[in-house]
Design a protein around this ligand. Sequence first.
Ligand code: ADP
Length: 306
Amino acid sequence: MGTHPLGLSIRNISKKYANGVQALHNVTLNVPPGMYGLLGPNGAGKSTLMRTLATLQEPDEGQVFLGDIDVINQKDAVRQTLGYLPQEFGVYPKASAEELLDYFAVLKGLTQRAERRATTEALLRQTNLWDKRKQKLGGYSGGMRQRFGVAVALLGNPKLLIVDEPTAGLDPAERVRFLNLLSELGENSVVILSTHIVEDVSELCTNMAIINQGRILLEAQPLAAVASLRGRIWRQLTDKQALPALEQEHHVISAKLLSGRTLVHVHSPDRPGPRFEPVEPDLEDVYFSAMTGCFAPANQQPNQEE
Ligand code: ADP
């Protein structure tokens, strides 16, 4: 994948915090326009990378370019075209959505009243909050608050939209609504969605990276990554006590409870034994294969400095 002229190019970013935690190790990613998923467990370094892209903190090393804007050295230029939805979107509980969005629009430089009204109305409709626009934000549900956050983030038509763990606190119905909203964005702008939820990425993203302990384990198109695992994932339904022995013998990528039993997925080029049956792989198998160090498709170079 080459660098797209309107995409985001992240080059060799490293970050160590003052407490000695190396949150990012030499991270390099090419992010084209459209929905991009950054997938990894808690503590992987996702927020550190998102805050760096959002110009809220500096890396120790490396470069980031949005088109030809140097993100680290031209912060004002980035901020004019950036939308950022942090993990916890704090709101003023006593303001209504309409009032607060109007206020943020003024801060974004929309000083003409008629233009501002048209913009805020369009955004409140797009995020499905128009009917609730007069309601105080303190009474909004988690999902409504996140959608309001998207409306704020979209002010000024950003070319780069950063959405950090947006579905973490949402119930299933709110999550679906929120993902549907995000799916309508993209296309012309770079939308980076950081998440620890595999389904967020499989449902939405055309490109993705998997990050763990500050390192990129895989950068791929989800469909291609899933296809490359075909014929290599095997399952066995077993008892919990049998798990340690299976782990000794096989490359177990995941084990989860299913109706009181344990469903084990194993990565293997051939059938690992008579009690295994083949599985049609999904993105979760890609994720766990990468996390357990057995995802190495021929055309992917894991990006590590050692
Ligand atoms: P994620 O968003 O994937 O959960 P983070 O970027 O928040 O990961 O954290 C990556 C690592 O850096 C974790 O070990 C975390 O404890 C540490 N970390 C994050 N922010 C700070 C900070 N401000 N100071 C020190 N350590 C931090």
